[in-house]
Design a protein around this ligand. Structure first.
Ligand SMILES: Cc1cc2nc3c(=O)[nH]c(=O)nc-3n(C[C@H](O)[C@H](O)[C@H](O)COP(=O)(O)O)c2cc1C
Length: 149
């Protein structure tokens, strides 16, 4: 059984729906997870050496949703985190110039800090997929089965 912290960045709730699907799939595969809707650095640091899954949309013009912005800033100051393992699902809309920028920014930061990404970054385009869960479910099933205890 792996332990996963699911960190949500959302404006309208789509990312939260995906995070709830993630929790269901992880639980079906025997893992234990917690969803953080107002994530803090302290929540994040609990998962060092375990796993995190970030599910975030992009808002404004390539901006992070308000509810995850303070975590991102705190992480920028937190520095090196080589024992953190994470997965990333980015929701966005390709009709905007900075497609999935918030998720991409998170990925770039964690890579710079030496964290290990498990699986590919999943981008979900609202223009093509009005129901983001449909794209997320197969990715999540594969992601969950790649976690070790
Ligand atoms: C005002 C507004 C601005 C947005 N800006 C972007 C953007 O810059 N880049 C992008 O990829 N998607 C952008 N989107 C699309 C959202 O990320 C997408 O609809 C996503 O599914 C919303 O998920 P949420 O409900 O979790 O916030 C924007 C949507 C709105 C309504």
């Amino acid at each position: 059984m792996a332990e996963i912290g699911i960190f949500v960045g959302t404006v309208y709730g789509n990312s939260l729906l995906v995070a709830e699907e993630a929790q269901r799939i992880l639980s079906e595969q025997g893992h234990q997870s917690t969803v953080f809707e107002e994530p803090s650095l302290q929540d994040w640091q609990r998962y060092d050496g375990l796993y995190t899954l970030i599910v975030t949309s992009t808002t404004g013009q390539g901006d992070l949703p308000d509810n995850i912005r303070s975590l991102f800033s705190a992480l920028q100051d937190a520095g090196w985190q080589p024992t953190m393992r994470y997965g990333l699902i980015a929701l966005g809309d390709s009709s905007y110039e900075r497609f999935c920028q918030a998720g991409k920014q998170f990925d770039a930061l964690l890579q710079e800090q030496g964290a290990s990404r498990i699986g590919e970054l999943l981008t979900i385009d609202a223009t093509e997929h009005p129901e983001p869960e449909m794209i997320a479910i197969p990715w999540l099933e594969a992601w969950a089965s790649s976690l070790s205890d």
